[in-house]
Design a protein. Structure first.
Lengths: 166, 228
């Protein structure tokens, strides 16, 4: 090798070698990360149960779900005769004709009883035909930002009917 | 006569022997002498600098998979069990997130917060991340980078450097799942209707990036592709 090329070769070698030094000049950095999540349940499962005796229908709406979704329930009565409707915790009828159970119903629990008592016309006998239909609807409990529960009846997610009569 | 004396083989041999003796015993003397010239003790400390950052959730450090929204920091205090039962749709939960400098040098930080829906089969891109409502705080030094943010990701920068051991102000303080998830119904493959969000996990991921404050602009450009 010519003597004049030696410095040039040394410079080339230094350039190649110094390429691997670059990471040592990098800046101080760090990264930290965390992940998490929560499963949500929205599907309500409700049913209506009724018993009848002494011209009175007794109705409860049960939350039979097992996913911890509480519900609000409401009921409406259609009868061929005059009826007297009442029940602890129930209010109504509202202008829309529905009776509302005021408190959320948790899973495995039921509303208080809604009683529908028929008032027969004078002279009616035991075998006279009559018909009473109770329909119900439920909607999952939702919460305002401050934690207050509320029902949004624009979204009916479960409903059913209980019929009875002679 | 002197010349003849030094050129004598006997003299040369004696001189060689003396030289070898001097080297050997002189060396030993030197070693033996060493302890007598030890100076007083001098101590020096080397401090290794390191940069280390941590995400703080409700006053505790959160790091790794499934550590955010965990039992001790989020679920138990809010009456939510391990499976998510007890979570209230629509309620605004406290979810306070900030950044702590757990290293030894000052640092600038940015955070990227992701929100999405997921099932066992993976990410559900058909479900709306907008229904996971996160309350970001931008009046305490944090700024949202709108250009880098998407419907799933929000990127925030903290304007001032954090000293070792210090926390930033909160960059997020609330979490709400929009009640619209309750009313979202879709047709299933069997023709019936089902609840789109039933049994789906909402997920949050927060990533903190820290850079040194020395030559901060160059460091940020190198690490983040932009300055603070």
């Amino acid at each position: 090798m010519k003597r004049s090329l030696i410095p040039l070769a040394a410079l080339g070698a230094a350039t190649v070698l110094s390429a691997s030094i670059a990471p040592a000049w990098a800046y101080f950095t760090d990264t930290s990360s965390a992940t998490g999540g929560i499963r949500i349940y929205v599907e309500p499962t409700t049913t209506i149960e009724e018993t009848y005796g002494e011209r009175t229908k007794h109705v409860v709406v049960k939350n039979i779900g097992n996913n911890n979704v509480s519900v609000y329930a409401r009921a409406r009565v259609y009868a061929s005769e005059a009826v007297d409707i009442s029940g602890s915790g129930w209010s109504g009828p509202d202008s829309d004709g529905w009776y509302y159970f005021d408190d959320p119903v948790e899973c495995g629990k039921a509303t208080n009883e809604l009683t529908v008592k028929l008032t027969f016309p004078e002279g009616a006998i035991e075998d006279d035909p009559y018909n009473v239909v109770v329909i119900y609807e439920s909607t999952p409990v939702q919460y305002h930002e401050d934690g207050t529960p509320y029902a949004d009846w624009d979204y009916i997610l479960d409903n059913g009917t209980a019929e009875g009569g002679n | 006569m002197l010349k003849k004396f030094f050129s004598s083989p006997v003299v040369s041999g004696i001189a060689l022997a003396l030289a070898v003796g001097l080297i050997l015993f002189g060396g030993i003397n030197g070693v033996q002498a060493a302890p007598r010239i030890v100076s007083a003790d001098y101590r020096a400390e080397v401090v290794l600098t390191n940069i280390e950052t941590a995400l703080v959730e409700n006053d505790g450090i959160a790091e790794g998979e499934e550590d955010l929204l965990g039992m001790e920091r989020f679920r138990k205090p809010n009456g939510i069990d391990a499976e998510g039962h007890g979570f209230k749709i629509g309620y605004t939960y406290d979810e306070k997130l900030s950044v702590r400098n757990v290293g030894t040098i000052p640092q600038y930080v940015r955070v990227s917060v992701y929100k999405y829906w997921q099932t066992a089969d993976g990410k559900r891109v058909d479900l709306s991340p907008e229904l996971i409502k996160l309350g970001f705080v931008t009046d305490g030094g944090w700024t949202i980078d709108e250009a880098a943010s998407t419907r799933e990701r929000t990127v925030l920068y903290y304007a001032t450097p954090i000293e070792p051991g210090e926390d930033t102000t909160l960059f997020m303080n609330t979490l709400t799942i929009d009640p619209a998830v309750v009313t979202a119904v879709a047709e299933l493959t069997d023709g019936t209707e089902g609840y789109k969000y039933e049994g789906v996990d909402f997920k949050i991921k927060a990533t903190v990036d820290a850079v040194q404050t020395h030559n901060a602009n160059d460091a940020m450009m190198s690490a983040w592709g932009r300055t603070n």
